[in-house]
Design a binder for this molecule. Structure first.
Ligand code: CMP
Length: 141
């Protein structure tokens, strides 16, 4: 078993799809090890997406991620990082496979319903960003 970090984004919390996305993740076999709802400050969003600073979409991304509540989730499964990326689908919902979360719920490449860590190293960093060790239930980390 391994863990990864997902964030249900402000488009999904704002249009009433957060519960459906959480149910979808559980139906796909993920166990929720930590969950909270947060309204990110600009400084937090900039820090979280530091790796994208300077890219053309960075400012829009920070604006969007601070526009409403986010729900970070620490999720556990076998091969959690790669499995979650399969389940959420491509960044651009028009390119996402049928049945993926982004195909079902994302509006656009920017407003794309959910974030997922892209490597074990980033999963560890991103999970720590939102959850201190003590808040992770049954964590093997
Ligand atoms: P996410 O998985 O949260 O990681 C970075 C985010 O940048 C990505 O999802 C998209 O929501 C957002 N983004 C907006 N425009 C682009 C783009 N042109 N290319 C990649 N990511 C983009």
């Amino acid at each position: 078993m391994s863990q990864t970090l997902a964030i249900i984004k402000p488009d999904a919390t704002g249009n009433g799809k957060a519960g459906k996305i959480l149910a979808h993740l559980e139906d796909e076999g993920f166990t929720v090890r930590a969950i909270r709802m947060v309204r990110l400050t600009r400084a937090q969003a900039e820090a979280f997406y530091e790796v994208h600073r300077g890219r053309p979409f960075y400012e829009e991304l920070v604006e969007f991620m601070t526009s409403g509540p986010c729900i970070p989730l620490a999720l556990e499964a076998d091969d959690a990082v790669s499995r979650l990326r399969e389940v959420i689908g491509a960044t651009d919902p028009t390119e996402a496979e049928e049945g993926t979360i982004r195909k079902l719920y994302a509006e656009s490449k920017g407003r794309n319903a959910i974030h997922a860590s892209d490597s074990d190293e980033n999963a560890a960093r991103e999970t720590s960003f939102f959850f201190p060790e003590a808040e992770r239930i049954g964590s093997g980390r």
